[in-house]
Ligand binder design. Sequence first.
Ligand SMILES: [Zn+2]
Length: 133
Amino acid sequence: MNPLYSPTAERADNRCEYCHAPELVFNDLFKVEHIVPVSHGGSDNTDNLALACRSCNKYKADFQTGTDPDTQTTTRLFHPRQDEWSQHFRYEEEIGEVQGRTPVGRATSDRLQMNRAAQIAARRLWMQLDLFP
Ligand SMILES: [Zn+2]
C-alpha cells in the first residue's frame, strides 16, 4: 500500500476525487494518484496526490489534458488540489451521469470516461444505497 494512502483517503473522505465514487462499496482500496504524473515531473508531495477509483485512475493514466466534447478544444484536466469539484461538475441524478459544467469538467469527464454504462449502472446502485451523491 502507498504509505500516503491513509492521509490521502482521509482528506478525500474515501471518495474518488474525480468521479466521487464511494470507496466503501469496492472490494479493494482506491489508488493514490499523481495529479501531475511522475512521468511528467510530478512529485510525491501531498499537494500532487489524489484518491482515485480504479476506473478514473486507469483512464487518466499519464494524461494531463483532454478534449472538451462541446468545442473540440484541448484543455487541462480537473486538478483536485486546485479546483473546486462543484464548479466543474454536477450530478445528473435522473440519468446517473456526472456532467462537466466547464471545459475542464467536460474534458475530464470525457477523458476519464465517467459516464460509461458500467459507471452509470454503479452510480444508480450507490444512489439507492444512499451512498451517492
Ligand atoms: Zn473515479
